[in-house]
Design a protein around this ligand. Sequence first.
Ligand code: URA
Length: 445
Amino acid sequence: MRMYDLIEKKKHGGILTRQELHEMIQGFVTGEIPDYQMSAMLMAIYFKGMEGEEIINLTLEMAASGDIVDLSEIQGIKVDKHSTGGVGDKTTLVIGPLVASLGVKVAKMSGRGLGHTGGTIDKMESIPGLMTAIPKERFFEIVNETGIAVIGQSGNMVPADKKLYALRDVTATVDSIPLIASSIMSKKLAAGSDGIVLDVKTGSGAFMKTLEDSIALAKEMVTIGTGAGRRCCALITDMDVPLGSAIGNSLEVIEAIETLKGQGPDDLTEVCLQLAAHMLYIAGIGDVDKCYLMAEDALKDGRGLATLAAMVKAQGGDETYILNPDKFPKAEYSCTVIAPEEGFITHIDTESCGIASMLLGAGRSRKEDKIDYSAGIHLYKKYGNKVKKGEVLAELYASRKDQLEAASKKLLSAYTIGNEAPTDKKLIYACVTKDMVRDVTTKFQ
Ligand code: URA
């Protein structure tokens, strides 16, 4: 095989075979195929796309480029969840414990914040003592004992994706559906769970800004998951507005705890219950409606919260913070953002909220930046709310006073206030399975 010939083939819209993809991925990981040839291939894929079977083969080859986690030492069905990322998305901390409390195992590897979006591992590390780098044997033990463990990616998992992603980033080939789908799914397949529920976010704070693109990405990822023999479905959920009210690491952990006590914001609670119901369904527990009621019960009677506390303790964290979230340190400085006029909130630019939170110290603008766990934002007014001039839209928290000014300006710029009440926005747009795209009826839309 000559890489030149493969580029030529893809340039004319040809379909790469499994053997060709195998040699291409292996050659790229070992360094035999140089970046300039892979860049040309990525651009050819960007313009010519890939076919269903071809994308599955690419994903399997990427997953096989490094360690594949064997979860067979964990008893029972293991179900994973993946969110394409958003602002205020603390769903893993709610859904994981809920699902685990109902007997389905969650052996999860999560990521850190990326750009304006937060990451579960950073949020978890705001709990004193909690470890996210845990040896494999102990990881399995914790999942067997408590039903759940959430750790950072370790070892040599999917090196092909690390190299490809870095190249896509500098060759303007990130926004290609086959490349995004294979990137995400190669990591999910390598993580070893039997079932995968994908939370594909859509809107101004999401990677995919339009519903059409979000559904296309979801279909591709579900095709890969089922094609690789996993049970898989996707929910398309709104990220045109931040999820819940809290943005920032320990603030989001506190909101997740409130949600597990049944006292969380309606939108966050509903998205969590729907995702949990689909995870339980994928695990074969029952139909989605029955699973929804089971998840709701586990939330109401405190089983989910008890499971979160058990997981935190097992991972070395101080579980008294979960039982008494007032213990989380508060940021030294705060300020409010005030409505400049009367009206209705007709839009919140969610990406700007994420950037404001970064400016406060809750995220990283460079890889080596340290996170300030207590920094962040509490939104008091969201899409559709009526506000009076001078009313508080949000409160900002930081450890340095000088961080507040730029963040306040950014957050205020995220709000659009209009004279008329906006139309209702959907919270969950659809469920995508291998055979269909169906509506999801939610309590709170
Ligand atoms: N997240 C990933 O892991 N890969 C992509 O290509 C995009 C988002």
